[in-house]
Design a protein around this ligand. Structure first.
Ligand code: DQA
Length: 138
């Protein structure tokens, strides 16, 4: 059974309440239940943190064991050399995902420190971006 981690960064704990015009009105917890049902043949895990170092610790923890990581590092995508280095340091491939199309938004969201170290990028498909990220590992 493949082991895949969905890893969410800052402010994504507020999905459903946060800027629903951009991020929709579904909570991630209920969406994750749907993902677990859909991908019942996958050992699917979920972790969210608003703290950069905790995201890095989680990447280190699973990054030599899991088969894939679907990462929405949220705003840290555009700022974090440390998360970029962590992705480079681990063996597990990482797919960078975003709910919104970051290229259709402010120019500061066009820069990703993570992208050069990611296996691929999925952006702009709403919560479906996570579904597509998981599928890419199967
Ligand atoms: C996001 C896009 C980022 O620019 C933003 O900071 C987020 C969410 C997305 O999923 O669309 O918090 O990663």
């Amino acid at each position: 059974m493949k082991k895949i981690l969905v890893l969410n960064g800052p402010n994504l704990n507020l999905l459903g309440k946060r800027e629903p015009g951009i991020y929709g009105n579904h909570s991630f917890d209920s969406y994750f239940e749907q993902l677990k049902e859909k991908f019942s043949s996958v050992d699917l895990h979920y972790y969210q943190s608003n703290v950069e170092g905790e995201l890095i610790n989680k990447l280190h923890e699973v990054g030599f064991e899991f088969d894939g990581i679907v990462l929405n590092a949220a705003a840290y995508t555009h700022t974090s050399v440390a998360i970029a280095d962590a992705i480079k340091a681990i063996e597990t491939p990482v797919i960078e995902v975003h709910i919104s199309n970051v290229y259709a938004r402010e120019s500061f969201r066009h820069k990703s420190f993570l992208a050069p170290n990611a296996k691929g990028i999925i952006t702009g498909f709403g919560l479906k971006s996570y579904d597509l990220g998981i599928q890419s590992f199967l």
